[in-house]
Every structure is written in structure tokens, then in C-alpha cells.
Design a binder for this molecule. Sequence first.
Ligand SMILES: Nc1nc2c(ncn2[C@@H]2O[C@H](COP(=O)(O)OP(=O)(O)OP(=O)(O)O)[C@@H](O)[C@H]2O)c(=O)[nH]1
Ligand SMILES: [Mg+2]
Length: 448
Amino acid sequence: MIKSNTIAAVSTPPGRGGIAVIRISGAKAFHIAREVFTCSQNFDEIISHQMTYGKIIDENNKLIDQVLLLKMKSPRTYTREDIIEIHCHGGSEVTKKILNLLFKKGAAPAEPGEFTKRAFLNGRIDLSQAEAVMDLINSETSKSEQAAILQLEGKAGKEIKKIRKEIVDLLSHISVTIDYPEYEDDAINIRETKIKTKAIMKELEKLTENFETGLILREGLNIVIYGPPNAGKSTLINKLAGEEKAIVTHIPGTTRDIIEVHLNMKGYPVNLYDTAGIRNTDDLIENIGIEKTKNAIKNASLSILVIDAAEKDTDEIRTLINQASVIVINKTDLDSGNKFNEVLGEKDVIRTSLINSIGVEEIEKYIIDYLEKGKVEITEITLTNQRHKRHVDLALEALQKVIEENEQFLDLFAVDLTEALEQLSCITGESAGEDIIENIFKNFCVGK
Ligand SMILES: Nc1nc2c(ncn2[C@@H]2O[C@H](COP(=O)(O)OP(=O)(O)OP(=O)(O)O)[C@@H](O)[C@H]2O)c(=O)[nH]1
Ligand SMILES: [Mg+2]
């Protein structure tokens, strides 16, 4: 166990609430609680993991609050240290007073994510699970929550550990062969090493196969709405959002900066981007907006092109059509838009009159179908995290070297296999550097 100080923080969100929970973790947690808490029994006799009613009293014996106290003896706790939870009334003044009292008695303010960091450092959870805790807190839709809870259960971590063990076995086999060439029975040759490495790579590739899915569940499906000016892009984002998020006017070039809207569509997180209309212009600001639009198109998983049904069929329009996942032909109240029939080819097309809300449901259905048609399926070992994906990719690169190596020396394979092992260890945390760990936990909230 890591030797560390005793920390305290409010674990519930700031502001008024029915109750608030203050958490203390560390070797001095019970000692500190004993000094501020009184109840009908002796503090040391309070049974672990049971709520006890009592009072928090300051140095002058003044009552601060009536509370429920939960005393949890290590190691059966979140941090594997002694933990005290004080469930007090949820006013910000009350929590501030109690917390200050705890600091006076020797607790230190907890840093963001420090409770979870301790859970990781004390071996209760691996690093990928610690990250899942944050994903769970941050998840805003039911599907994101499901993905986070699966990661929290540690399935992906277990799979990584299993693959790591296979590499370790292979490495030890190689080192036996190098160190004891006389034991031919135990020897592994270059061909076998490559075959085993290939098999390991297959397993890793399988893990990354549905990464796109994982990323969507964690960060949302990115959908860009783009097209010529005045086509009705902002009208569309407003209809999808159900409120006026973007300014709509009859003046072409109204939207200049990207407008981002986060939606929950049937449990899936969706990020919609309304963009500046694409056209040739000398306007400096508009051009910056158009550059941003082009980048947004590149980064989106789905691109919705909105064109005015009365628009002329030009080369520019055809280029825009090529980039689209789906084409919305809008303002059909004014024009049939039939002239595009030929150009559209096999592309998905939705005809709308957005100003009259006609076609909005069809667009929503298109998005949900995209998410549901097997493309975004949560599996038990879905990787959801960019950081994890990067380490898997680097491990795969190292293993690829083993496959491509023409040398006849097993020692060289060991170097690449070790590199792959290191990369995988960064995911679950066995060999993650201090900087990686710092970086992960600094994004947590205080009290978690
Ligand atoms: N007749 C008709 N007008 C529409 C329809 N949809 C939008 N409009 C109008 O078209 C004009 C432009 O709409 P916006 O949503 O601002 O268009 P935009 O594509 O965001 O335009 P920029 O931001 O300039 O690129 C507004 O006056 C809308 O009210 C429609 O279905 N029919
Ligand atoms: Mg607009």
C-alpha cells in the first residue's frame, strides 16, 4: 500500500441539496472523525460499513450539523485505506464548515480524482477502470453509461492482461532458448515466434476493430451539416435540437463560426455541427469559417449536405455531393429539385421543407438507423478511449516488426516484444509513467 496523507473533500456537486457527502480517506481518517463526531456510542465501537447517527461539533463544542457517519475499515474500501463518509445537510455553508474543521484536524484537501487515484495506486482497480469511473460520471446518455460500466467491470483490461501474458510467455520461451541452447526440446524457433506473434496481433486487432464504436459511445457521433449558404443548415440544426441554437436569416453567410449542439438520440450521444455556408467570397471572416467547415467535414463520421432545391447544378455542387453521407434537398415548398436526380446517383437523399418541419423526422431516423444498424454495438471488450487505442496501435507496430524482421537472431525479437508489452502495460497502468497518471487524474472532479 502507498503511504500517504489523509485527504478530505466534498464528493457531491456544489450548491444546495438534500444531503451532501464529505469523504475522508487515509490512515488518520478515523482519528480525525473521532475528534469532530459525537454519538451515543464509543467511536471505536462503531461497526464498519454501517451508518451511525450523530453530530459534528466544532472546537468550541458548537453544533455544526446532525449527520449520518459511515466508517469503513480498510482494505474493504474504495481506496483500500480507512474511509469516513459524513452525510450532512446539503447546504454549501454546512459542507464548508465541516470541511474546514477536518482540515484543521489534519486532513489535506483532496486533489481532483485523488480518491480514485489511490484506488488505482493501491491496486484496487487498474488504470483503464479508473478512466471508466470518469467516463461513467461524464456519461450523459444511456448507451455511454453502458459502455463505461462495462469498462469499469474491467473486461477490456482483462483482455489486455491476457494478451500481455501471452507475450510474456513468448518472451520467456525465447530467453530460455537463448540462454540454454542445449535444451532443444524447450527451444522456440524463428518461424514459431512469428506464428505466435501473428496470433497475438490478431487478438489485438480484434480489440481495436470496434474502436470507432467505442469512441462514439464515449464522445458522441460527430455529424456535420454543411452546404452552400442560405440552404437551411441552421434551420436544420435548430429543428433537430428543438430550440434556437443558431441564428437563421434570409441573408447568405449568416453562420460564420461552427455551432455545436450535443443531443441524446435514443440513448446515443450525438454532436451536431452547423457550419458556415461554402462559397467563393472575399470576406476574411467568412473564409476563416469556410476553412473550419472543411475541417469539420473531414472529422465527422456523418456528413449531411443541405442544398436549396432551387440551387443550380454546378461543378461546386457536385463536389459537395461527393463528400456527403446523405443529401438533404430543402425548400421543396418552392422547387421540386428534380434537376438533381441524375447527379445524386446512389446517394441517400431526403427531401425536406425544413421551415415547415417537413422531413425532420426522416433525418432523425436516418441518424438513428446509422447508429443502430450494427455499426454502433457495445461489446464487452469495446475500447472506448483514444489513449488505449494509441497504445494498442504502438504495440501492434512493435509486433509487426517481429513479423517483418529478416534477422536470424531471436534476441532482436525480444526487443520488439518487450516494447509491445510495455505499451500494453500503459493501458492497465502496470508501467504507465507518472506523467500519464497525472494527466488522467487531473481531469477528474474533486471528491471522486
Ligand atoms: N421557403 C423555405 N425557406 C426556408 C426553408 N428552410 C429554411 N428557409 C429559409 O432560408 C433562409 C436561410 O436559412 P438558414 O437556416 O439561415 O440557412 P443556412 O444554410 O444556415 O445559411 P448560412 O448560415 O448563410 O450558410 C432563412 O430565411 C430560412 O427561414 C424551407 O424549407 N423553405
Ligand atoms: Mg447558417
